[in-house]
Unconditional design. Structure first.
Length: 567
């Protein structure tokens, strides 16, 4: 970030206008949130700005919407009031912090005079600093804007942190500060990428090159940081130049094109398909680019990645075997590898078992629908004009095995795993990428968390296709643990909800394969309408991927219990 000197004050410039102008400069065209008295002056300024206000049903949904928007747009923002609004937003922001999503959180706050006198105003938890302290724990930068002379520089610093660190930030604006006069915006570069230490970079690239060039079966494992830090093109250019085969993880699915002839498949440790697992785990050098070794992406830590044959390259450090290079940036490392690695042969770079092509779906009209058959139908339905979004649960397990052929047409929260994320997040996706159609796969338990945001999707003329897996409860919990009443849900008539929320939508109920074929045909034909499809399946019916996942958890639980008893 370039440090700007404070200019003269402009009688027409306010802190609110300054922040809105900087958000617009950062590419924000929509602002999500819920109004409240501490933030109304700021919202008035928003309505006068080029940024469009998007009102949500509640603060949690607003946060999810801003998260989805940021993933597709590069920056998102959400506005709430103090206390009841800010604290309702915490879970969404925590998810953005875990998954490195650049969301700007803007909260109104009580008048500075009330703060100084410690008055017991509404929405207060008896501690004026509590909300700021909470958000400081789950953001990469934060500022309390109480001084008009310093507020512009604080705004610039916080937004720069958001964009460079790829994480949420927090700005708290007391109600008397929103319209306080401040200086006008000056030219600024929000993101100034940190530079690698030249000597460390040279040594790191040299060691990695030596290890890869000497290997006979090198593999690339492409991770989610390639997506977060806009490095997918650089990675693909290096992969194609050197001719290295590559796989992805669940969280990074489709970060590189799955139709690519060098694509092996999706790696999830012991939960992977055998052909993928063998190619990764038998490789004599795995180049992991931007990979997060989370429990879900590693198949409950069942991945067999030998440190002696692993190059773990992340944005904040590179690790080769047991050597750490903390001052080397992933972008520079990729460029260095592209210039130093020796190209390999075609046969070495192309997998022996290419990823199978997408199949067709031929319905048996009267046969009851199963999750596996729905999976086949959805796979045939998807095309490059759609962004597939999968919620936590069997929806995510099922989606991981679908064909998503173009980069960045798949979106999941595979690390934080907060159920209910996708419905409000699809609002952000639809507004950020109007040329794409969100296709949601969500379980009934997750849908009941945030279902009201369907009304907001209709309000702002968004047209996703929402597939609700209705298995009367939390099937993933039923499979990984002895079933209990806590896994049951009140069974809604999900397909009737669009009519309740407003016009311009279609609700469909699917019980058979024939019903599914008709629903898919309607959904494709009605591209200018929201379509919600309720899929009625059995309480224990699930995808093959979830069956493998649940089996792995049960075995781990059994082993842990046995060890505990023996001890």
């Amino acid at each position: 970030m370039e440090v700007c000197s404070v200019g003269s004050q402009d009688r027409g410039m306010t802190i609110a206008r300054y922040l809105l102008s900087r958000l617009e400069q950062g590419g924000v065209r929509h602002l999500f949130g819920v109004p409240g008295d501490y933030v109304l002056d700021f919202l008035d300024e928003t309505l006068r700005s080029p940024i469009r206000w998007i009102g949500n049903c509640n603060e949690l949904n607003a946060g999810y919407a801003a998260d989805g928007y940021a993933r597709q747009n590069g920056l998102g923002a959400v506005v709430v009031t103090f206390g009841v609004g800010g604290l309702s937003l915490v879970n969404a922001v925590a998810g953005a912090f875990s998954e490195r999503v650049p969301v700007v959180v803007i909260s109104g706050a009580p008048h500075t005079a009330r703060r100084r006198s410690n008055a017991l105003v509404h929405h207060l938890t008896r501690d004026y600093g509590l909300q700021f302290d909470v958000f400081r724990k789950i953001t990469c930068d934060a500022a309390l804007l109480v001084d008009p002379s310093t507020a512009p520089d604080e705004i610039d610093r916080v937004l720069s942190s958001c964009l460079s660190k790829k994480g949420p930030v927090y700005l708290e604006i007391p109600m008397d500060m929103a319209l306080a006069r401040c200086r006008t915006p000056e030219p600024i570069s929000f993101v100034k990428p940190p530079r690698s230490d030249p000597e460390a970079l040279s040594e790191c690239v040299e060691e990695a090159t030596r290890l890869i060039d000497r290997s006979e079966r090198p593999m690339v494992l492409a991770g989610v940081e390639l997506l977060r830090f806009d490095l997918a093109r650089s990675a693909l250019a290096m992969i194609e130049k050197v001719e290295l085969p590559f796989a992805t993880t669940v969280s990074s699915k489709s970060v590189l094109p799955e139709l690519h002839p060098q694509f092996v498949g999706l790696y999830q440790g012991g939960l992977s398909l055998d052909a993928v697992r063998e190619q990764i785990e038998e490789s004599d050098c795995v180049l992991a680019l931007g990979v997060w070794l989370t429990d879900f992406d590693t198949g409950l830590f069942s991945a067999k990645l030998d440190d002696r044959r692993l190059i773990l390259a992340n944005t904040d450090r590179i690790r080769i075997k047991h050597h750490d290079y903390p001052d080397v940036r992933l972008a520079d490392f990729l460029d260095g590898l592209a210039n130093s690695l020796a190209p390999r042969s075609y046969l070495a770079s192309h997998p022996a078992q290419p990823v199978a092509a997408r199949g067709t779906f031929v319905a048996d009209p009267d046969k009851p629908l199963t999750v596996r058959r729905f999976q086949s139908g959805l796979d045939a339905f998807l095309d490059d004009s759609m962004i597939l979004m999968a919620d936590t649960g069997d929806a995510l397990c099922c989606a991981s095995e679908l064909h998503v052929e173009e980069p960045e047409n798949f979106m999941v929260q595979a690390y934080y795993l907060s159920i209910g994320y996708t419905v409000p997040a699809s609002l952000g996706v639809a507004l950020a990428k109007p040329a794409k159609r969100p296709v949601l796969l969500v379980g009934d338990g997750a849908f009941q968390m945030t279902a009201q945001e369907v009304s907001t999707l209709l309000r702002y003329d968004c047209h996703p296709v929402i597939f609700v897996l209705n298995n009367q409860g939390y099937t993933i919990e039923r499979l990984i643990h002895e079933d209990g009443l806590y896994n049951d849900l009140q069974n809604w008539k999900y397909h009737e909800l669009p009519a309740v929320f407003g016009s311009g939508s279609i609700g469909l109920e699917v019980r058979t394969e024939g019903d599914l074929a008709k629903a898919l045909e309607i959904a494709r034909g009605e591209s200018d309408r929201l379509v919600l499809v309720e899929l009625r399946v059995g309480p224990l019916d699930c995808s093959d991927a979830l069956a493998r996942f649940a089996d792995k958890i049960r075995k781990k639980t059994r082993d842990a219990t046995t060890v505990g008893v023996r001890a």
